[in-house]
Design a protein around this ligand. Structure first.
Ligand code: HCA
Length: 391
């Protein structure tokens, strides 16, 4: 289906951006998503979610953090054994015990990470930079000695000084990391500042560059986009944006934005992503808000009489992405903002024809009845029609 989402302002700006031809979305629903308070997937649910993600073409799945527990390790192991077409990744701290647990799972890539900010070094690790560098070098040597494919990222990177990030990434690059990246662990960086940071770091090394972002300020998606405009080629996401605290960048929002606004290939079939969102909502117990972009029940619902009349003439008037593109359907709702055209359209779909004076009455009665927020469903409308006809 033709993409009609682009405004001419977007087109003008896109023409001057240097964007990657492909962005790798690595979905962390099963790892950071499950770190959300009260979320705990059963192993069977994890396997099913991984299969669904692979089926819709998510290129990489961060399946878990094997060192967390034996149960976690078994789940990652079984996901890796499924033979899915997505690459399966596992998270690991930069220590031998974690690497051993990840090795045991036989995943496609192990994601080594360590926290680099002074705050984390002093209060979490109680370690100096020199001690940290020695630890990281040992982990890289151990990974290499075991023929491990690994990436390396730094936690709390957005509160770390850039020279230290460059120093530690140099070690990872020299040790043969497949990808390097940063995490905005507390979701505290502004888009414009992140753009500067990503540009400096990604242009310092000839390696794919990833970002893992949190949504504490609601800036996750904006930060993902600005990262990509400045050299990032991989973004961590979670279905429905679930994750620690306010969560992560949502897989569906990023995929739909890249495919429609940026016209960048993600490999993901966005027409089937809604099914995965519903399943993850069911298994995580985290409901999808009615106004959630693209997947919320209101995302393609229209009530205002002005909107409905215009959409009936051309849907683009009030929709930039057509619901069919993401496997959904448009809905017209009758309520207190409804107008003649919307009501006539609804009556037409129910094969009900009215005289002009009857229609006038129905319009007034629909608006009156809906004043307190009551939704006018088919039965209510039929009752109103009967009254208007004097029956
Ligand atoms: C966490 C770690 C992390 C980063 C993981 C990564 C974060 O706090 O659980 O580097 O890929 O947000 O810092 O998810």
């Amino acid at each position: 289906m033709e993409n009609k989402a682009l405004s001419h302002f977007n087109k003008d700006v896109l023409a001057n951006l240097s964007l990657p031809s492909r962005v790798t979305i690595y979905d962390s629903t099963l790892r950071d998503g499950e770190q959300m308070s009260r979320v705990s997937f059963r192993k069977t649910e994890k396997l099913e979610i991984a299969e669904m993600l692979a089926k819709i073409g998510v290129p990489q799945i961060e399946a878990g953090f094997p060192a967390v527990s034996e149960v976690e390790r078994q789940a990652v192991k079984e996901i890796a054994k499924l033979g899915l077409k997505s690459d399966i990744l596992a998270l690991s701290r930069t220590c031998r015990a974690d690497i051993d647990a990840a090795l045991d799972c036989d995943v496609d890539m192990v994601m080594l990470f360590t926290a680099t900010s002074e705050l984390h070094l002093k209060y979490k690790y109680m370690m100096t930079r020199e001690e940290q560098l020695a630890k990281v070098i040992d982990a890289f040597d151990y990974a290499k000695a075991h023929g491990l494919k690994f990436s390396f990222s730094t936690e709390d990177s957005t509160r770390t000084d850039i020279a230290y990030l460059q120093e530690i990434f140099r070690l990872a690059v020299d040790a043969g990391a497949m990808r390097i990246g940063i995490a905005d662990t507390t979701g505290c960086i502004m888009p414009s500042a992140l753009g500067v940071l990503v540009k400096k770091l990604s242009s310092s090394f000839d390696l794919p560059f990833s970002v893992h972002l949190h949504n504490d300020f609601g800036l996750g998606l904006a930060n993902a986009l600005v990262s990509m405009e400045n050299g990032a080629t991989a973004v961590a996401t979670t279905i429905n944006g679930i994750g620690e605290r306010a969560g992560n960048v949502s897989t569906e929002q990023l995929a739909i934005t890249l495919e429609t606004l940026y016209e960048i290939d993600t490999g993901i079939d966005i027409s089937r992503i809604n099914e995965v969102c519903k399943k993850v909502s069911q298994y995580s117990g985290v409901p999808i808000a009615p106004n959630q972009p693209w997947t919320g029940e209101n995302a393609f619902r229209h009530e205002s009489g002005i909107h409905v009349a215009a959409i009936l003439s051309n849907p683009l008037t009030y929709e930039c992405v057509q619901p069919e593109i993401i496997g959904r359907q448009r809905e017209f709702i009758l309520g207190k903002h409804s107008g003649r055209v919307a009501i006539m359209n609804k009556l037409g779909s129910m094969d009900i024809g009215l005289m002009e004076h009857e229609l006038e009455k129905v319009v007034t009665m629909v608006k009156d009845k809906a004043q307190d927020g009551t939704l006018i469903d088919d039965d209510t409308l039929l009752a109103i029609v009967k009254t208007a006809r004097g029956k």
